[in-house]
Design a protein around this ligand. Structure first.
Ligand SMILES: NC(=O)c1ccc[n+]([C@@H]2O[C@H](COP(=O)([O-])OP(=O)(O)OC[C@H]3O[C@@H](n4cnc5c(N)ncnc54)[C@H](OP(=O)(O)O)[C@@H]3O)[C@@H](O)[C@H]2O)c1
Length: 249
């Protein structure tokens, strides 16, 4: 029951109820903006390592966009509720299966576990696009977090996850925003992105859009530190305009 109801926010629940009521009253389905999204014209296979708060909520947004998701856990039977919420194109498995399955792998684990993810699943992820959203916190992750922050996470994560097309994204907003603010009306919340591989950055950019946010490409992996935890743009709910101004882009 670990993930039970974790990813449903009141606004989404309310809107889904509206959708259900509306469709029940009408012969033809009524599509409510922001709730029933246009399905991605290019469905991707995405494996998620770490299906907790951020991995679960981002995975749900991608499932809504039509992507095929393998949510993983070291105890995959705990993901039943999440998989049910995500719909028929989602399933649960072990982290190894997510690394194997995904053309893209989303790594959403406590930062101290990132080296182990690299050691255990690096060979399976070799050459793949890997989006890493982990944030180093000394109080949770220990001394390695201070070292990673000093280098910048783009540089540090590349050392932990060698041989992949690494992108840093989805680290600088909260899982609550992913649940409550995706595809919101008006200007969207921005998600900063950094990566060295242009194809990987392009795919991550599309996945930010599919999740309901506004991509801001900040630069190569050496620039990921500009949106690490503790920076001026970290979990501030900024729009892309505001973020570009703050970062001088
Ligand atoms: N929470 C947020 O709003 C947010 C936003 C952006 C970025 N982040 C960052 O994203 C990461 C995850 O945060 P979270 O809040 O989602 O944490 P969480 O809710 O605790 O989920 C983390 C998941 O990682 C998995 N995990 C832990 N150690 C693992 C290992 N050695 N191998 C494979 N899987 C492992 C756990 O899955 P099992 O125990 O089921 O295997 C757990 O469900 C952190 O680095 C955090 O700083 C968090």
């Amino acid at each position: 029951m670990k993930n039970s109801n974790r990813f449903s926010c009141s606004r989404r629940k309310f809107s889904r109820q509206l959708f259900i009521s509306a469709t029940a009253m009408s012969a033809a389905p009524i599509l409510l903006p922001g709730i029933v999204q246009a399905q991605s014209s290019n469905p991707l296979k995405i494996g998620i390592i770490g299906s907790g708060r951020i991995g679960g909520s981002v995975g749900l947004r991608w499932a809504e966009a039509g992507h095929e998701i393998l949510f993983s856990s070291r105890n995959p039977d705990q993901l039943n509720d999440l998989v049910t919420q995500a719909g028929p194109k989602a399933r649960a498995g072990y982290p190894q299966e997510a690394a194997e399955f995904g053309d893209i792998v989303f790594v959403a684990v406590p930062y101290a576990a990132t080296p182990q993810v690299g050691r255990d699943y690096g060979a399976l992820m070799h050459g793949k696009i890997v989006i890493d959203c982990g944030n180093p916190y000394v109080q949770r992750d220990g001394e390695m977090a201070a070292v990673a922050l000093e280098k910048g996470t783009g540089v540090a994560s590349a050392e932990f996850l060698p041989g992949v097309k690494l992108v840093r994204a989805f680290n600088a907003l909260s899982w609550v925003e992913v649940n409550e603010e995706a595809h919101r009306d008006g200007e969207l919340i921005a998600i900063p992105i950094a990566g060295d591989d242009q194809e990987a950055v392009a795919v991550a950019t599309q996945l930010v859009i599919d999740a309901g946010f506004d991509p801001v490409i900040v630069g190569g992996l050496d620039k990921a530190g500009l949106f690490d935890q503790g920076t001026a743009v970290y979990v501030k709910g900024m729009t892309a305009r505001e973020m570009r101004a703050e970062l001088g882009l």
